[in-house]
Write a protein that binds this ligand. Structure first.
Ligand code: CU
Length: 145
């Protein structure tokens, strides 16, 4: 029965984000977890960043947003969806030392390698990494409270 099949498909979509298809306007944004500097919004597209396994999230960063030097326990793959996003490798945020990326731009931060990022005019970026996700700030004073 077509109607039952359709109902089942909708139920699976709601229960399992990993199999979902979604347009940008339908994403349910919320405040990013406190491990990120204040002001970012986040949506989980696939998986669970808090648990084991691969996940995909998007982050919406306001203009003038800085992410101080930090590292992660897994490789991090970042795709710029919109806006401007700059990312560099190193132990301190150095705006002279990053690569400036636009929509479609891509960056990879190998696991445990210190890196930093910022946006001048605001950005939406998509992050693919392995959970459980964490951020270790190089300077403990940079750790958001
Ligand atoms: Cu990072």
């Amino acid at each position: 029965m077509v109607r039952i099949a359709g109902f089942v498909a909708v139920s699976l979509l709601a229960a399992s984000p990993a199999s979902a298809q979604v347009n940008p306007g339908d994403l349910k944004w919320g405040p990013a977890p406190a491990i990120f500097p204040r002001g970012a919004a986040m949506v989980v597209l696939s998986g669970n960043p808090a648990g084991p396994g691969q996940f995909v999230i998007r982050l919406r960063l306001p203009a003038g947003y800085d992410i101080p030097a930090h590292n992660h326990p897994s490789d991090e793959y970042v795709t710029v969806i919109s806006g401007d996003f700059s990312l560099g490798m190193g132990d301190r945020l150095d705006k002279a030392g990053g690569a400036h990326l636009g929509p479609g731009g891509f960056a990879e931060a190998p696991r445990h390698m210190n890196h930093f990022a910022w946006t001048d005019g605001g950005a939406v970026v998509q992050v693919w990494a392995e959970g459980p996700f964490s951020m270790t700030y190089v300077n403990p004073a940079d750790t958001p409270k």
